[in-house]
Design a protein around this ligand. Structure first.
Ligand SMILES: [Zn+2]
Length: 473
């Protein structure tokens, strides 16, 4: 075949050659990928000679030519964007539909950046220097996409690398102020949502006379809590005599009285109502009133009244929350525009939620309330708190409440680790010095003080709506 022949007579056949092949990432590269897959940890390698930490890891230091293949260091999941581009065309081999953001991300503790997908914000919101956090894939593929993507970091910077002491660290490790979007996010993370649970089903006026029964009393108490710094009230309506009620008219009247007196406040209604109510009585009133938020309970459990000094049982009660109820209540709430506040009394309740959420009816972000000190649930323990906090889905919010003496320790811890706070006479009738609370509002005042000691400030109701994913008013 001459060249002339080729040029004149060549013809084109459009088609594809399928060439099956297996790609091996190499010994070092494979360990990097499988550690992400199996342990959800991102590892780099460090050169002991020049002290550089490389990611993706490699066999040899490109500066010193040292063999560094066995010198693994664990990096955190958080880093910063050092550069980015927006992919604006679609192609079969790309991991996302355009447009998506491809960022160069330098993990805390690493000296080299690597490229990955940045999700969770619009292209125009990306900024160089913003903090981002790895989100690991649920289903693994043995590729770098076992980190599904990076998203704007909600976690404060935590140094977890094993790298050398500060004097050897390069200048780039300096913490620098993050402008723009990051400032907004930081500002919102300083906000703490304070909820006042005004009555509950069991606290009575003979225990604390400020417990509201009538719609008017609920409205007055809600207003005082709002003035003190609460963004939300949690409500179990009562009859005039103080009994918890599932009566639609009474519940609606209570709800309307609060909204009338204090239109800004978020009203979160109970779907537990009180002891001995049927599933139908519990959910139908929520559908009738359609509050912005309602409690959703996650496990069947003992829910008893005991003398905590003697262990003597006053009331023994099984609080029924089957999977079917969790599913039906959750669906009914989402379908009626009521955001569930998911009540978690122990790790099992959280696991129940994680199972049922696979059905896909919960809207993001999910909002959890960790409940401590129920006789039948678990007592407040800081390490158990961290377990729950670390186990909720990424992007979810959490608040907390505690019965009696568990109340203020639990809300203090929640505030300290970035969560929100629920106080109120439903949970505790006293203030931290042991005196009778003048009302739920006095506990709100204490919660505000606790938050301020930690550099956080109470969210307004509209800020709380933004954080918890409620519709704007
Ligand atoms: Zn080196």
């Amino acid at each position: 075949m001459s060249l002339d022949y080729d040029r004149k007579d060549c013809f084109v056949v459009n088609g594809k050659l399928a060439l099956p092949y297996s790609y091996f990432a190499g010994r070092v590269g494979s360990k990097f990928i499988t550690t992400i897959r199996d342990q959800k940890k991102i590892m780099g390698v460090k050169c002991d000679k020049c002290n550089k930490v490389f990611i993706p890891p490699r066999q040899t230091c490109e500066r010193c030519l040292e063999d560094i293949r066995n010198n693994w260091v664990e990096l955190g999941n958080i880093g910063e964007v050092v550069n980015f581009t927006v992919v604006r065309y679609n192609d079969g081999h790309l991991p996302r539909k355009a447009p998506y953001i491809l960022a160069l991300i330098k993990l805390d503790g690493a000296d080299t950046p690597f490229a990955h997908i940045l999700d969770g914000l619009k292209p125009e919101q990306v900024e160089i220097g913003m903090k981002v956090e790895a989100v690991f894939a649920d289903e693994t593929t043995n590729t770098i996409l076992d980190i599904d993507h990076f998203a704007p970091s909600k976690t404060k910077k935590v140094q977890v690398s094993e790298r050398a002491p500060a004097e050897k660290a390069p200048a780039a490790a300096k913490i620098e102020p993050q402008p723009g979007l990051d400032e907004r996010r930081k500002a919102m993370s300083r906000k703490v949502i304070i909820t006042a649970a005004l009555a509950g089903a069991a606290t009575m006026k003979n225990q604390n006379p400020a417990v509201p029964y009538s719609p008017q009393e609920f409205a007055e108490e809600a207003y005082k809590c709002y003035k003190a710094g609460a963004a939300m009230v949690h409500v179990h309506a009562r009859e005039d005599g103080g009994m918890a009620t599932h009566d639609h008219a009474r519940i609606k009247a209570t709800y309307d009285a609060i909204r009338g007196k204090c239109p800004e406040l978020i009203v979160n209604m109970s779907s537990a109502v009180g002891m001995g109510k049927t599933a139908e009585q519990r959910i139908s009133q929520i559908i009738h009133v359609k509050p912005e938020m309602a409690s959703l309970n996650t496990n069947t459990m003992n829910f008893s009244l005991l003398d905590r000094k003697t262990g003597k049982i006053f009331i023994d009660f099984v609080f029924e929350n089957t999977f079917t109820m969790l599913q039906n209540f959750g669906k009914a709430m989402e379908e009626n525009g009521v955001k569930p506040e998911i009540e978690v009394y122990d790790m099992g309740g959280l696991d129940n939620t994680m199972l049922i959420m696979k059905q896909g009816f919960f809207s993001e972000p999910m909002n959890f309330n960790f409940v401590w000190g129920v006789a039948g649930g678990q007592a407040f323990r800081p390490d158990a708190f961290l377990c729950l906090k670390n186990a909720i889905p990424a992007g979810a919010n959490f608040t907390t409440c505690g019965v009696g003496n568990d109340q203020f320790p639990a809300v203090t811890m929640s505030c300290l680790v970035g969560g929100h706070m629920r106080v109120g006479l439903e949970d505790n009738i006293r203030i931290p010095n042991g005196e009778m609370a003048k009302g739920s509002y006095e506990q709100v005042e204490w919660a505000v003080r606790i938050a301020e000691c930690q550099g956080r400030e109470p969210a307004t109701p509209d800020e709380a709506r933004e954080i918890m994913g409620l519709k704007k008013r």
